[in-house]
Design a protein around this ligand. Structure first.
Ligand code: NDP
Ligand code: MG
Length: 426
C-alpha cells in the first residue's frame, strides 16, 4: 500500500508506519527535487544528501536569483545525477537580465520552474525549502502528482492548509514536516492515533528579545533581530522568530498537519532549544523529542519517515554538557504577533493567508529599514482587521486575498511610518 499522507495517518490513524513504501538501498537511490537549494534549509539538505548518496540523489535544484550558488551546486551534483541515469534540472526563478544569456539552455526560469522541478518525473520526494507564499503552487503540484513533500515551507500550510491536506488525501501524496517542532511531534506520535493525544506543546526559543524590556523591543534594530540565540536560519524566519510570528505560523501548521484543534495546541518558551516539542497523551503521559539544534535531523527524517537511517550529521547528545533545561510562559503583551496569528488561524477562511502575506511584506520593510520593529505587528494587525473576513475557500480566493493583503500591508507600513514621524514632529 502506498503510504497515506502523514496528515491523514496522524489525523485518522488510517495508515501505520508499516504502510510506507521502503526507501533506501534496497530500492536504489530515490530521486529528490530540492526547491530553495541555495538557502539555509536547502544547503543543510544538500549536506544530508551528500552523506546519504546511496539512498538519495538530487534530480532538480531551484533558487530565486542566486545564480552563482546554484551554478556551483549544479557542477557539484550533475555527475551523481548522471550516474543515476538522469540529467540534473536547474531552475532560477528570477535571473538578472544580464545573467539570463549566460544560463545554460536547459535551465528553467520564471515562477513555473518551481512547479517543473516539483513534478520532475525522476523525483519521488520534493523538499520544499522556498521561503514564503511563493512555495504554495509547487507544494500543491507535487502532492497532486502523488509525491512525498518534505515541507519546510510552512507558509504553504498557513495560507492554504485545507487545500493542501485535501490535495494530499485525494492524490495519495504525502506531507511530511521538516520544521523541527513538527518533526518532533511526528516522532513522538509514532504508532499513535491522534485520538490518543490530549495536547501538543510546541517549544519556542523566545528569540533574541526574550529577556528585553518592552521599550527596548520596540526600538530593536535589524541586526538585533537577526541575532538568533540558538538557530542559524534565513533572514525572514529569523525575524519571525524575534516577533514570535514564526510560532503562530507553526501552531497553524501543526493544526493542519496533525488535525488537532487549536485549543489543544499550546506554546512554551524553552531558551535552550533542546526539547523540540512535547506530545501529552490522554493518559497524562508526556513524550518529548530532544537533540542539539540542527535542521539536518528533521530533514533526514522527512526523507526516511517512518524509518530511521544511520547518519552522523547530528553530534552525540551529552545531557551533562546541556546543563539545565528551562521553560517559561510566553510574554504575550510584548510579542503580539503570536496571538494575532493564532486568532487568524482559528478564524479560518482567508484570515491566515492575510496574516501571512501582511507579515511577509512587513518583515521585508523591516529588513530594508523602512519600518521599525514595533511596526511589524501594527501593520499586520491593521491588515488582518481590514481583510481577515475575505473568503478563502478556493485557491483563487486565497490568491486574491494574498494579493490584497500585500497591497494593504505596503500602505499600512507607510501609514505607520508617517504616524511615527508625526508624533516625533509634534
Ligand atoms: P532562506 O532565505 O535561507 O532560503 C530561501 C530559499 O528560497 C533560497 O534558495 C532562495 O533563493 C529561495 N527563494 C526565495 N524567494 C523565493 C521565491 N519568491 N521563489 C522561489 N524561491 C525563492 O530561507 P530558509 O532556508 O531559512 O527557510 C526556508 C523555509 O523553511 C521557510 O519557509 C522557513 O520558514 C522554513 N524553515 C526554515 C528553518 C531554518 O532553520 N532555516 C527551520 C524551519 C523552517 P536565493 O538564494 O536565490 O534567494
Ligand atoms: Mg520551527
Amino acid at each position: 500500500m502506498k503510504a497515506g499522507a502523514t496528515v491523514r495517518s496522524v489525523a485518522s490513524g488510517a495508515a501505520t508506519a508499516a504502510s510506507a513504501q521502503p526507501v533506501g538501498p534496497a530500492a536504489g537511490p530515490v530521486g529528490v527535487a530540492l526547491l530553495g537549494s541555495t538557502g539555509s534549509i536547502g544547503t543543510s539538505a544538500l549536506r544530508v544528501l551528500d552523506r546519504q548518496r546511496h539512498r538519495f540523489v538530487p534530480v532538480a535544484l531551484t533558487a530565486h536569483s542566486n545564480l552563482a550558488a546554484l551554478a556551483e551546486q549544479v557542477v557539484r551534483w550533475a555527475p551523481a545525477c548522471e550516474s543515476y541515469g538522469a540529467g540534473l534540472y536547474a531552475g532560477l526563478v528570477a535571473p538578472q537580465v544580464a545573467s539570463q544569456e549566460a544560463l545554460p539552455p536547459a535551465w528553467g526560469t520564471g515562477a513555473d520552474c518551481l512547479v517543473e522541478a516539483a513534478t520532475h518525473p525522476d523525483a519521488a520526494i520534493v523538499i520544499n525549502a522556498v521561503v514564503g507564499a511563493a512555495g504554495l503552487p509547487a507544494t500543491l503540484a507535487a502532492l497532486e502528482a502523488g509525491k512525498r513533500v518534505a515541507l519546510a515551507n510552512k507558509e504553504t500550510l498557513v495560507m492554504a492548509g485545507g487545500l493542501v491536506t485535501e490535495a494530499a488525501r485525494r492524490h495519495g501524496g504525502e506531507l511530511v514536516p521538516v520544521d523541527s517542532e513538527h518533526s518532533a511531534i511526528l516522532q513522538c506520535l509514532a504508532g499513535h492515533d491522534v485520538s490518543e493525544v490530549r495536547r501538543l506543546i510546541l517549544t519556542a526559543s523566545g528569540g533574541p528579545f526574550r529577556t528585553w524590556s518592552s521599550e527596548a523591543i520596540a526600538g530593536a534594530t535589524v541586526s538585533d533581530a537577526l541575532r538568533h540565540p540558538t538557530w542559524s536560519m534565513g533572514s525572514k524566519i529569523t525575524v519571525d522568530s524575534a516577533t514570535l510570528a514564526n510560532k503562530a505560523l507553526e501552531v497553524i501548521e501543526a493544526h493542519h498537519l496533525f488535525g488537532v484543534p487549536y485549543d489543544r495546541i499550546d506554546v512554551v518558551v524553552h531558551p535552550q532549544s533542546i526539547v523540540h516539542s512535547f506530545v501529552e497523551f490522554v493518559d497524562g503521559s508526556v513524550l518529548a523529542q530532544m537533540g542539539v539544534p540542527s535542521m539536518e535531523l528533521p530533514i533526514l527524517y522527512a526523507l526516511t519517515w517512518p524509518e530511521r537511517a544511520p547518519d552522523t550529521g547530528v553530534p552525540s547528545f551529552d545531557p551533562v554538557a546541556v546543563g539545565g533545561l528551562t521553560f517559561e510562559a510566553v510574554r504575550h503583551e510584548d510579542f503580539p504577533m503570536l496571538q494575532l496569528g493564532i486568532t487568524a488561524g482559528r478564524r479560518g477562511g482567508a484570515a491566515p493567508a492575510v496574516y501571512n502575506a501582511a507579515n511577509e511584506v512587513a518583515v521585508a520593510h523591516f529588513l530594508d529599514e523602512r519600518l521599525p520593529f514595533a511596526g511589524i505587528a501594527a501593520c499586520v494587525s491593521a491588515v488582518v482587521d481590514a481583510l481577515g473576513a475575505m473568503p478563502g475557500d478556493t485557491l483563487d480566493a486565497l490568491l486574491t486575498a494574498d494579493a490584497a493583503a500585500r497591497d494593504a500591508a505596503h500602505d499600512a507600513a507607510r501609514d505607520y511610518v508617517d504616524y511615527v514621524k508625526g508624533r516625533v514632529g509634534s
